[in-house]
Design a protein around this ligand. Structure first.
Ligand code: SAH
Length: 235
């Protein structure tokens, strides 16, 4: 995204618009929001609800527990939020989705923004997922009570990568996952704390040695904690 491009734009469809911007209104993302580096619109799905009670859900076809968000209600909410030629990807926060990765976050951050649907109850009528081409995105293998916190997670991860949001920090080129590895350990003053010292190499000023030490630490941490991220050893 260049300097003159339109700001990154998130539109969130939710039954709980008051949850937004929530934590994204604070700190770096909040400052960037206030100066217009990105924008956030939370839209109430219930405005498209049916009848006097603005009903949005109904019992699952085939029986079972809980309620399902209606396809007609959600379809109308999506159509009102984003025209057919809106270039932004349409995402549905869902534990059935492909797990969110830093690579996907980076691709989203480089695009125009996202339209994000937050599920509730047992989930969403399958037909609207297909008809509006929603990409299901999961933030991990556990079940939340609604898509709102997942949407906050996704938007936070994208916004911190937008130009200028992280200030002098190099937008995370050295961060966890960026090189397929976890990040090395950090230290700051005091030099000694409760008998624990900062590794000597970090105090020596030899930048090549420091870079080597950090790379070794990254590889060792990743092998120990996230062997799934490390290419399997050659036989
Ligand atoms: N019955 C569903 C879970 C519904 S949870 C199932 O078993 O798959 C209610 C809503 O919370 C979902 O529609 C989704 O929008 C959101 N949600 C729950 N867990 C999530 C996760 N891990 N990632 C993203 N969204 C999630």
């Amino acid at each position: 995204m260049n300097e003159n491009a339109a700001p990154w734009r998130a539109t969130v469809l939710t039954l709980y618009p008051d949850m937004f911007p929530g934590p994204l209104g604070q700190s770096l993302s909040g400052d960037a929001l206030a100066r217009g580096a990105w924008s956030l619109e939370a839209r109430q799905i219930r405005e498209h609800g049916l009848g006097r009670h603005r009903s949005v859900d109904d019992t699952p076809a085939g029986g079972g527990a809980g309620m399902v968000l209606r396809c007609d209600v959600l379809g109308a909410a999506i159509d009102a939020a984003a025209t057919a030629d809106d270039p932004r990807p349409r995402l549905l926060m869902s534990p059935r989705g492909r797990p969110l990765t830093q690579a996907r976050v980076r691709a989203l951050a480089e695009g125009p923004g996202a339209v994000i649907v937050c599920g509730r109850f047992e989930g969403v009528d399958e037909r609207v997922i297909r008809a509006r081409d929603l990409e299901e995105v999961s933030i991990g293998d556990y079940v939340l009570s609604g898509g709102e916190i997942a949407a906050l997670v996704l938007v936070d991860a994208c916004v911190r990568l937008l130009p200028g949001v992280m200030g002098k920090h190099a937008s995370g080129v050295e961060e966890s996952f960026e090189g397929g590895l976890l990040e090395y350990p950090h230290y700051t003053r005091p030099r000694e704390w409760e008998g624990r010292t900062i590794p000597d190499v970090l105090m020596g000023g030899n930048h090549a040695a420091i870079a080597r030490w950090r790379a070794e630490q990254s590889r060792a941490l990743t092998r120990a904690r996230r062997p799934d991220l490390v290419a399997p050893e050659e036989p």
